[in-house]
Design a protein around this ligand. Structure first.
Ligand code: ADP
Length: 353
């Protein structure tokens, strides 16, 4: 499609919601208006494309939302979108509504669907990383991450007060899916005694960070070292297992209690509070830049890409680097990783003297 043929852009939020998504929608709508392009909000992610649930997004329709958490277009999971015939139907509905291109705000699952939609139907798409997990390849940060770590940091500061008053060991589970970013950032910012990264396997399917006795013994051995340091409390951050919220910290706490029956040990799961709240300055600014960057990217022909920020510059990276599974038929690649830089963990360890 020639870029001057884009007359109407659709925008949707999909998958897990993240604070700052509203600021991104606002930026998309206003950048469209500046370029004399109509903007249509698609309610409830891909589901809204199937239900033809659309809302006109004029510059004024997106007023007073930059400060609101969640997504006013609402986000949804749409399992049927995994079927090609359903994506054909979605494309038909988009064309019927005059939508020439699509901005998808979400995580790697949403990007997988977006790339398939573009490949199979020819509708140009561009992604904006919106996830608290910060696990999107091609952007140093994703929308919602900064708000989530600030929420987690405040909560852990409060837990520290009560832990110190009673000489307790606290296990605190944070979100972050497989990335461990929330754990590392909040762990460093709150000075916790240990950070337990998400379980991880290497290419040969061998455990690098295991769940099981090896991990529990290591945690206990570290806690015993704490005893010699005369600290009044110990906090261990546990990254979720990505399957069931609160499950990993519960199992770890039980196993450590068995090994240290004399200690006063508690567990807390921060859970969905990490997803909510008014976005921080950093998230509002990031979302605004990425929303503008996405529309400008489409106008420059950056189709099938995500808009990201690297070294504080707007960059475009192929969506295929963020698809979740290898799909031989369509030659989609496995998701590339966005690793925690080793320096973070090294510094956190130095602080733990
Ligand atoms: P996130 O985008 O936050 O990673 P999900 O993994 O739940 O969230 O994906 C959000 C939506 O993206 C799904 O409900 C589905 O509509 C679509 N999606 C996810 N994976 C695929 C896939 N393999 N093929 C097509 N669509 C997908």
């Amino acid at each position: 499609m020639a870029n001057n043929q884009i007359k109407k852009i659709g925008v949707l939020t999909s998958g897990g919601d993240a604070p700052g998504m509203n600021a991104a929608i606002r930026a998309v709508a206003r950048t469209c208006a500046t370029n004399s392009i109509e903007c249509v909000g698609i309610n409830q992610g891909y589901k809204g494309l199937l239900d033809e649930d659309f809302t006109e997004l004029t510059p004024r329709a997106v007023g007073n939302i930059i400060n609101r958490g969640g997504s006013f277009l609402r986000s949804a999971r749409c399992k049927e979108f995994k079927f090609p015939e359903v994506r054909q139907k979605a494309a038909e509905n988009a064309r019927k509504a005059g939508i020439d291109a699509l901005v998808v705000i979400g995580g790697d699952g949403s990007f997988t669907g977006a790339l398939k939609l573009q490949t199979e139907t020819g509708i140009p798409v561009i992604g904006i990383p919106g996830t608290i997990d910060n696990d999107i390849y091609g952007s140093d940060y994703s929308i919602g991450f900064d708000t989530a770590i600030n929420t987690a940091m405040e909560a852990i500061d409060k837990i520290r007060d009560t832990a110190a008053a009673h000489d307790r060991i606290f296990f605190v589970e944070v979100m972050g899916h497989g990335s461990g970013y929330i754990a590392v950032y909040t762990g460093m910012a709150t000075g916790v005694e240990q950070i337990v990264m998400p379980p991880k396997k290497d290419k040969e399917n061998k455990n690098i960070i295991p769940d099981g006795d090896e991990l529990y013994d290591e945690i206990v051995s570290e806690l015993q070292k704490e005893d010699g340091r005369k600290k009044s409390s110990s906090i261990v951050i546990v990254s979720e297992n990505g399957k069931s919220i609160g499950e990993r910290v519960r199992i770890i706490t039980e196993e450590v209690k068995k090994r240290m029956p004399e200690k006063d040990i508690k567990e807390t799961t921060l859970g969905h509070i990490q997803r909510g709240g008014s976005p921080t300055t950093a998230d509002r600014v990031l979302a605004t830049r990425l929303g503008t960057g996405a529309v400008e990217g489409l106008l420059k022909g950056e189709y099938g890409m995500i808009t990201g920020v690297r070294d504080n510059k707007i960059v475009y990276t192929p969506l295929r680097d963020n698809t979740v599974a290898y799909d031989a038929e369509n030659d989609f690649d496995v998701k590339r990783t966005h690793e925690i830089i080793e320096e973070f963990r090294r510094v956190a360890n130095i602080m733990n003297i």
